[in-house]
Design a protein around this ligand. Structure first.
Ligand SMILES: CC(C)(COP(=O)(O)OP(=O)(O)OC[C@H]1O[C@@H](n2cnc3c(N)ncnc32)[C@H](O)[C@@H]1OP(=O)(O)O)[C@@H](O)C(=O)NCCC(=O)NCCS
Length: 149
């Protein structure tokens, strides 16, 4: 598994990975605008066959690093790639001098919650009605961890 810091050359790939992982995809324009904001970064990960298989997007500011999105393509799940991405995210956050990691996860996203709990994230807040779609309204849990794990 190889993790690469994304550049503008990775925008199409990032958009494709995001589309494969989420119902509401972020297009190249949205990703470019996000990554142009101060402190924002994306890491792209390949699997054992060197195929692009996952990504994480974060933003660091004032000693904190927020995970904005993370996904592993469906065909590569349950092989440890998600765990590897969280570790890579923490490592990059440390390089950016972050002392705390934060993220939001849907309360009913049990796979992601298990992944984050295993990485040492604990709940520090809950935002009712945070995720809204035509089909559902779901709460977000705010999780925090140290990047020094
Ligand atoms: C959540 C996600 C990133 C996990 O990626 P993954 O590569 O399958 O995760 P890993 O194989 O590294 O799993 C690590 C641990 O997470 C937990 N986990 C992962 N998927 C799980 C599932 N479907 N059910 C229960 N626990 C799960 C387990 O504790 C697992 O450890 P184990 O395999 O030793 O039991 C992936 O399912 C995904 O991309 N989902 C869609 C996008 C998403 O929800 N992103 C998070 C938004 S906050």
């Amino acid at each position: 598994m190889k993790v690469t810091l994304a550049s503008a050359a990775h925008l199409a790939l990032l958009a494709a990975l995001h589309d494969a992982c989420f119902e509401e995809a972020w297009d190249e324009g949205a990703l470019a605008a996000l990554l142009a904001t101060p402190g924002a970064f994306a890491l792209v990960m390949t699997d054992e066959a060197e195929e692009p298989a996952g990504f994480v997007i974060g933003r660091a500011a004032a000693g904190e690093c927020e995970m904005l999105s993370l996904g592993v393509v469906p065909e590569a799940r349950r092989r440890g790639l998600g765990r590897h991405l969280v570790t890579a995210f923490a490592g990059h956050a440390r390089k950016l001098a972050a002392d705390e990691l934060f993220l939001e996860v849907a309360e009913d996203n049990y796979a992601a919650r298990a992944l984050y709990a295993a990485a040492g994230f604990t709940q520090v807040g809950r935002r009712a009605g945070y995720y809204r779609s035509a089909a559902s309204v779901r709460a977000a849990l705010v999780l925090r961890a140290s990047p020094h794990f």
